[in-house]
Design a protein around this ligand. Structure first.
Ligand SMILES: Cc1cc2nc3c(=O)[nH]c(=O)nc-3n(C[C@H](O)[C@H](O)[C@H](O)COP(=O)(O)OP(=O)(O)OC[C@H]3O[C@@H](n4cnc5c(N)ncnc54)[C@H](O)[C@@H]3O)c2cc1C
Length: 450
């Protein structure tokens, strides 16, 4: 690893902020954190766009930002009488927790931490450093740059091209989606995963009294958390061909329950992912991912109860099918849907359509100016599955010609091609901790560890 005295971090969401905190904590480096949306600093999308009743989908006991202090967030909640380790705290409270951590780091670091509100639109890679070029025209030089851009926004289905608000809503966390709609109206959510759950709760909280249809290819919805069960966890990585692994995991489901069987894999999934042949990863994405997602990324029981209630009241209907076409009619949209397993299509008139298809990671289709520019110039490239930015195990980005960048790193969900399990807080905090310790040389100190 290079000698580093100044690090620029692009993106001030969870990944960028936590990397900054760890760099300041473990070394003597200077850090410049650049965030384009001042109100998202420390919160990012997940904790900055949340409504008051959106809760975390992980218990507080596993949401500490500091891996060496696992009860840090639980204690923060407790000291404010907001919950404890077993609680599913609100996402807004988690955002406050992260901002408090950043404030404390800023106070302690003094001039070692600079926060800049601007958008990085390009990076100039030199042999002895990197320069970040900003929308405002400013430039900041550093030894290395780490991009922490979060997920790319979902792509729009071709059927809805040219459609806009209020009828078509691209941002599922936008406010006032249901304004002006009465009890007889229908809103269609494209997708039935975590984003659709967020959107349904948001519409309910905003007082929408009409019907919501959540449409996805398979009509699968996230499963609920259950009380933690105790059992002996596996200590070694499962090995075998793809079908052997599936049988093995099925057997564990029978023995200890599916939740525990999925959870005990967590320490091993990045290695299992890396060990899999590219065609196996591709097959996993095509056939198993939807099932993996709903079992692995579960929702809090309180949220599941609300979704169940909306379904039994007839206010929420989850359908399996595919959008074939869509056209504007009056102020609404007629969506042509082919139900799963059917040859027939049906026309569904709706007042609004909300894109809840979830984040995508295809660099070649992104409209993000920085990522687009770096990709076009070959400074970064898509991973082989086109689900994110190609990086090595140390988070160094890979150029189009296959060379490893020594001064350009990427962290967070966009590194999922290399690590797979890099979406939730427990995984990202481990990633940025390791990178910060490597950049500062702190990984040589034996006493501290995870
Ligand atoms: C809605 C939602 C709910 C979630 N809930 C949970 C949960 O309950 N538990 C859990 O463990 N995980 C949860 N996650 C997952 C996890 O917390 C996120 O993946 C994580 O917060 C990602 O943080 P990030 O900083 O990488 O990305 P983001 O939060 O997207 O932050 C990226 C930031 O970078 C900025 N940026 C990007 N490009 C530039 C640029 N060129 N110049 C300047 N700034 C730039 C953006 O403005 C943004 O603020 C959730 C994710 C989402 C989306």
């Amino acid at each position: 690893m290079l000698r580093v005295s100044h690090v620029v971090i692009v993106g001030g969401g969870f990944s960028g902020v936590l990397l900054a905190i760890n760099l300041l904590r473990h070394g003597t480096v200077r850090v410049t954190l650049i965030e384009r949306h001042p109100d998202r600093l420390g919160r990012g999308l997940a904790f900055g766009a949340a409504h008051a009743d959106h809760v975390l989908n992980v218990r507080a006991g596993n949401m500490s930002a500091l891996p060496d202090q696992p009860d840090h967030f639980g204690q923060w909640l407790q000291s404010r009488q907001l919950g404890d380790d077993g609680s599913f705290a609100t996402r807004q409270d988690y955002g406050r927790y992260l901002c408090a951590l950043l404030d404390a780091a800023r106070e302690e670091a003094g001039t070692r931490l600079a926060v800049v509100h601007d958008e990085v639109i390009d990076l100039t890679l030199l042999h002895d450093g990197v320069e970040a070029v900003m929308q405002s025209g400013g430039r900041i030089a550093a030894d290395v740059v780490v991009i922490a851009p979060g997920n790319l926004p979902p792509h729009r289905l071709a059927a809805f091209s040219g459609m806009n608000r209020p009828a078509y809503v691209d941002d599922p966390w936008a406010r006032a989606i249901s304004d002006g709609l009465g009890a007889g109206e229908v809103i269609m959510l494209l997708g039935s995963g975590l984003t659709a759950v967020d959107s349904a709760l948001g519409l309910d909280a905003a007082g929408f009294k009409g019907r919501i249809i959540a449409l996805s290819r398979r009509g699968l919805t996230p499963q609920r958390h259950a009380p933690v069960s105790s059992h002996e966890k596996r200590t070694d990585r499962p090995n075998g061909t793809a079908s052997e692994l599936v049988s093995l995991i099925r057997a564990r489901c029978d023995a200890i329950g599916w939740r525990s069987a999925v959870d005990e894999l967590r320490p091993f999934t990045p290695d299992m992912w890396r060990a899999a042949e590219p065609d196996v990863r591709q097959r996993f994405l095509r056939h198993l991912r939807p099932y993996w997602d709903i079992h692995r990324h579960r929702i809090a029981p309180l949220v599941a109860d609300r979704i169940d209630a909306m379904q039994s009241d007839g206010r929420l209907e989850v359908r399996a099918g595919k959008v074939v076409a869509a056209r504007m009619e009056g102020e609404g949209i007629i969506v042509t849907v082919r139900p799963r397993g059917s040859e027939q299509v049906e026309e569904v008139p709706v007042a609004r359509v909300v894109n809840c298809t979830g984040p995508l990671g295809d660099l070649d289709r992104t409209t993000d100016i920085l990522l687009q520019t770096l990709t076009k110039r070959g400074e970064i490239r898509a991973d082989p599955l086109a689900i994110g930015i190609d990086v090595d195990r140390q988070c160094r980005t890979i150029k189009a010609d296959g060379d490893t960048q020594q001064r350009l790193f990427a962290v967070g969900p966009m590194t999922r091609g290399a690590h797979w399990e890099i979406v939730a807080v427990p995984d990202i905090r481990r990633q940025v901790w390791a990178l910060a310790r490597e950049m500062t040389g702190a990984h040589w100190v034996e006493a501290e560890g995870l």
